[in-house]
Design a binder for this molecule. Structure first.
Ligand SMILES: [Zn+2]
Length: 441
């Protein structure tokens, strides 16, 4: 991201949550220069230069910018399309690039300073990553406002994978859309990374949502996932895997996958292995919530899919409690875009608290843990000296009520690398991005 703001500024905080999990600091100060944090602490302990610009947030809470490690900016959204499944076939990839750009801007305005966007799937286009990467570059170089974007480009997956089955079964697939065998899959990883993707996303089990298969089928072999992870790591990129089942979680751990996503079903052995290898788990509970189910019901989703979503919800809730109690590291991810829609991401944290996390733990899943899970832990995720000044300023205390983070009017200021990107402290302005869409496509 470009940063031309070399001036020094001090952000005065009524309450500082630094993301490290300690008790918050009252009356704190954060000194920022060149996009990075120069000093942080109690106001009396921070040496503020005379010429520093003062940003007075002494009536607000200052916290690290939020991070969602798993959403899909490029997918068709239930809020936007009368039939989102049909939309995937009717509208061109460039149209989804523009809706993704809008989604990125909404994320920034919602207090998110980093977003990892997972792939989208087009049965006719093996190079589905091109638009995602173009949009990322346009935002990250400053052409358009948005959070720091990481994109996964295309899926790396087998024929008849869960991702493959989210598209109508009888539509023919273009060559290269799926791959089978270790070397074909290695080639998919290499091509995806050559185009410029930031990480590799693959799939080890069936899923919920749109696809018609049972969630507990196996996708790919151990040899195939080993090849994918080996190739990702050879190019110094993390690998994320869709894993609904204990078998898929164990395969992921054996292969060295970096984030294990969804974790619907699990067992003691899988929990022990994930914990033993210190892997991050990304729950994506929003996607299992009543809100998601209601959104699907409004767009003619087949009844068997709705029933599957309803059946999976209590299992997901129970699994979340088990992995949390086991002490497994959890990184926040929502799976938003199909449902519920982009901009409702902080609802995920309310679900974590509902299922037993403290608000501080929930905040850490979307700050420190999320940054570490996507290999950005050295640069963002906490308010510490040396890190990027990715900062969200909130009117109220999310430790008292985590739901505050869902209220965009309470997100008063957002800084990305020290630059002011969102400001709701002045007169109320018309916010185009949050006006409802008049006509569904
Ligand atoms: Zn997903």
């Amino acid at each position: 991201m470009q940063n031309t703001d070399e001036g020094i500024k001090v952000i005065l905080a009524g309450l500082l949550i630094d993301g490290l999990g300690d008790s918050p600091t009252k009356d704190a100060a954060v000194l920022v220069q060149g996009g990075r944090i120069k000093a942080v602490g109690a106001r009396a302990q921070v040496n503020v230069p005379q010429d520093a610009e003062v940003v007075d947030c002494s009536s607000y809470t200052v916290m690290p910018g939020l991070i969602d490690t798993h959403l899909h900016l490029h997918k068709a959204n239930v809020a936007f399309y009368k039939n989102y499944q049909l939309a995937q076939i009717v509208y061109p990839p460039s149209f989804f690039m523009l809706t993704a750009l809008r989604g990125a801007q909404i994320m920034l305005e919602s207090g998110f300073t980093t977003v990892r966007s997972h792939p989208h799937f087009l049965h006719y286009e093996p190079r589905a990553e091109v638009e995602a990467i173009a949009m990322r570059d346009a935002v990250n170089c400053g052409l358009f406002p948005g959070p720091r974007l990481l994109v996964g480009g295309r899926y790396v997956h087998i024929t008849s994978s869960h991702f493959d089955l989210t598209q109508p079964r009888l539509l023919s697939r273009a060559d290269g859309v799926t791959a089978d065998g270790p070397w074909e899959l290695r080639r998919q990883v290499r091509e995806n990374l050559r185009t410029g993707s930031d990480f590799v996303k693959t799939c080890l089990s069936g899923g919920g949502g749109t696809s018609q298969e049972e969630p507990d089928v196996r996708n790919m072999t151990q040899e195939e996932i080993n090849a994918i992870v080996d190739e990702s790591h050879a190019f110094l990129k993390p690998c994320s895997a869709h894993c609904f089942t204990p078998l898929s979680q164990k395969m992921a751990v054996r292969a060295g996958v970096d984030t294990i996503d969804h974790c619907v079903f699990t067992d003691d052995e899988a929990i022990e292995m994930i914990k033993g290898e210190d892997k991050f788990l990304v729950p994506t509970l929003s996607h299992r919530s009543d809100r998601a189910i209601e959104a699907r019901m409004s767009v003619h989703t087949p009844e068997d899919t709705i029933l599957k979503m309803k059946r999976l919800q209590p299992i997901c809730w129970e699994t979340f409690k088990r992995i949390h109690q086991a002490g497994i590291k959890i990184a926040m991810g929502t799976d938003t875009q199909v449902d519920p829609e982009i901009g409702t991401n902080a609802y995920e944290l309310e679900l974590y608290v509902m299922l037993g996390m403290t608000p501080m733990e929930a905040i850490q899943t979307a700050t420190k843990n999320a940054a570490e899970a996507i290999w950005l832990g050295k640069d963002t995720g906490t308010i510490e000296t040396g890190k990027y000044a990715d900062i969200t300023v909130v009117d109220g205390n999310p430790l008292s009520d985590i739901r505050i983070l869902q209220n965009k009017e309470k997100i008063k200021l957002v800084f990305t690398e020290g630059r002011l990107a969102v400001d709701r402290t002045g007169e109320k302005k018309t916010n185009i991005l949050h006006q409802p869409i008049a006509n569904k496509r």
